[in-house]
Design a protein around this ligand. Structure first.
Ligand code: SF4
Length: 313
């Protein structure tokens, strides 16, 4: 996972554990929809994901951590919901169109990829989730989940699922090193596992104020992505960097080096925890196996209720 996940999801997840009974899932079936030609990577990332979560404060003693493909009920519910979901609802989904446009290196014109939001609906509804922590770009999918469940309730004349609400993270979205949304697919991310040298190299590539051509030019921090990182990860430095930038007291190269130092300080305890967990892989496997048992119990009860209602038993 990367810095965008840290500020956009993981910090929020860690906090939610104090308020809610949480289920956190590695979405490996979702990963397969776009990465179906790279099986070794899916396996590796499943493990890495869980290590990242725990290293950033997700606590297996408080929450249920599991792998999506360990709970077959998700696929069964996905199929049942697919049968009642009109094609037009999926074709007009904004993230579907965006991904087709952006991920040109992968062939995503598949039957499965179009149904991506239906599988997400199954992930949510299998647990009768009341709230779902989402990024802004996922709000459309959550609305689609609500539309699907309303249609389900309308057809089968019974309310089975609560309408899930989205919890948006308070942090603004973090852009990647190329000023697009930070994403693994765009290769513009700083990973939680990146070594200090890699962080230095990646920050050096970041796009700054395009109007600052010469060292003596005043900068415009408001339009500079490097500055937005300072605001997010070291707010105490914001005023100083702002002044140094507008008065041209600092070169962009020096400013980026300072940012790398800030990020490496943020990442140091996460790297340490990752190292410990990497040494004890059986512990992570045990956490996932315990989580699967708990998740399966809840999802199994939901499926039994759904199947009985729609005449499949
Ligand atoms: S000095 Fe820093 S904040 Fe100003 S434009 Fe350069 S990188 Fe951005």
């Amino acid at each position: 996972m990367h810095l965008g996940h840290l500020v956009g999801a993981l910090k929020n997840w860690a906090d939610l554990q104090g308020e809610y009974e949480c289920f956190f899932m590695v979405a490996d079936w979702h990963a397969h929809m776009s990465e179906y030609e790279r099986p070794a990577e899916i396996r590796k990332y499943t493990f890495e994901n869980v290590i990242d979560w725990i290293s950033c404060g997700v606590n297996p003693q408080k929450s249920v951590l599991f792998v999506q493909s360990h709970i077959k009920e998700h696929t069964e519910l996905h199929l049942l919901l697919s049968n009642i979901t009109p094609l037009g609802w999926l074709e007009r989904c904004p993230t579907y169109k965006e991904q087709l446009r952006e991920l040109k290196r992968r062939d995503l014109y598949t039957y499965g990829f179009l149904g991506y939001p239906v599988l997400q609906s199954a992930d949510i509804l299998a647990y009768k989730a009341a709230v779902v922590p989402v990024g802004e770009d996922q709000l459309a999918h959550l609305e689609l989940t609500r539309e699907i469940l309303r249609r389900f309730h309308h057809i089968y004349k019974k309310k089975v699922f609560p309408e899930p609400k989205g919890i948006l993270t308070k942090s603004p979205r973090l852009l990647g090193t190329d000023n697009r949304k930070m994403s693994k697919s765009y290769d513009n991310f700083i990973a939680l596992s990146d070594a200090p040298d890699t962080v230095l190299k990646k920050t050096a590539q970041m796009i700054t104020d395009p109007e600052r051509i010469k060292r003596s030019d005043s900068g415009h921090p408001k339009v500079c992505n490097v500055f937005s990182y300072f605001k997010m990860f070291a707010p105490e430095t914001e005023e100083g960097i702002h002044q140094d930038c507008i008065r041209a007291r600092i070169a962009c190269t020096g400013c980026k080096k300072k940012l790398a130092a800030v990020l490496n300080e943020v990442l140091a305890p996460i790297r340490q925890k990752r190292k410990e967990l990497n040494k004890d892989k059986s512990k992570v496997e045990d956490i996932l196996s315990q989580g699967a048992k708990k998740a399966k119990k809840v999802a199994g009860e939901t499926l039994a209720e759904v199947k009985k209602l729609i005449g499949l038993y």
